[in-house]
Design a protein around this ligand. Structure first.
Ligand SMILES: [Zn+2]
Length: 195
């Protein structure tokens, strides 16, 4: 009996900096291109490290990407024929993107979103927690803690300038495990009564 495989889903690739997210995203993009699928890649326009119109991993592998300032701009560039839509640094994209991703996946598009699941305070980052909840497939990568060598799920900011977004060179950050990760305003364990 022939079982029709329905296409369309959301995949999320997350983890701290230096965990290989962009490399994994690029790997999936290249595989789809080899299979002659129509692939579109977007990235937030604010992230201009390495290359303004490409996504680049720290190991210098890269792939062309369309930089977009917001969801409206993404919609203007969206190819209705695209079979795969990839988003890099999705934590910087706005909430307006969520219904768009849903619509794309519902109509058969494979959406792949890569991004930081936690900010440098260890808190959920931007739209990532929502994407993680809505995804069919989640890949949570780990880096290696640059202090103790354990597996690292967090990003330590080495320069304290305030704000959640600091787009910068790799030297501003380190991958850290839970135990070696420090935040400037750590509150300690949260009490059950909330105070
Ligand atoms: Zn550690």
């Amino acid at each position: 009996m022939f079982v029709h495989q329905r296409q369309g889903s959301l995949e999320v690739i997350c983890g701290p900096m230096f965990s290989g997210k962009s490399e994994e995203l690029i790997r999936r993009i290249k595989r789809a291109i080899i299979a002659k699928q129509k692939v579109q890649v977007f990235k937030p326009a604010l992230d201009d490290r390495y290359d303004a119109s490409a996504i680049a991993s720290h190991s210098q592998r890269k792939h062309e990407a369309i930089p977009v300032k917001n969801t409206e701009e993404l919609l203007r560039h969206l190819d209705p024929e695209a079979q795969v839509v990839a988003l890099d640094e999705a934590q910087f994209l706005d909430e307006g993107l969520i219904p768009i991703i849903e619509e794309l996946a519902n109509r058969g598009v494979r959406v792949i979103a890569g991004g930081l699941d936690q900010d440098s305070n260890g808190e959920p980052f931007g739209i990532m927690p929502i994407l993680l909840a809505k995804a069919e497939y989640v890949t949570k990568l780990q880096a290696i803690c640059m202090v103790c060598g354990a597996l690292a799920g967090r990003t330590q900011r080495m320069v304290h300038t305030g704000g959640q977004v600091l787009v910068g060179a790799a030297e501003a950050y380190e991958a850290r495990c839970r135990h070696c990760h420090e935040t400037p305003h750590a509150t300690g364990p949260r009490m059950l009564d909330g105070e």
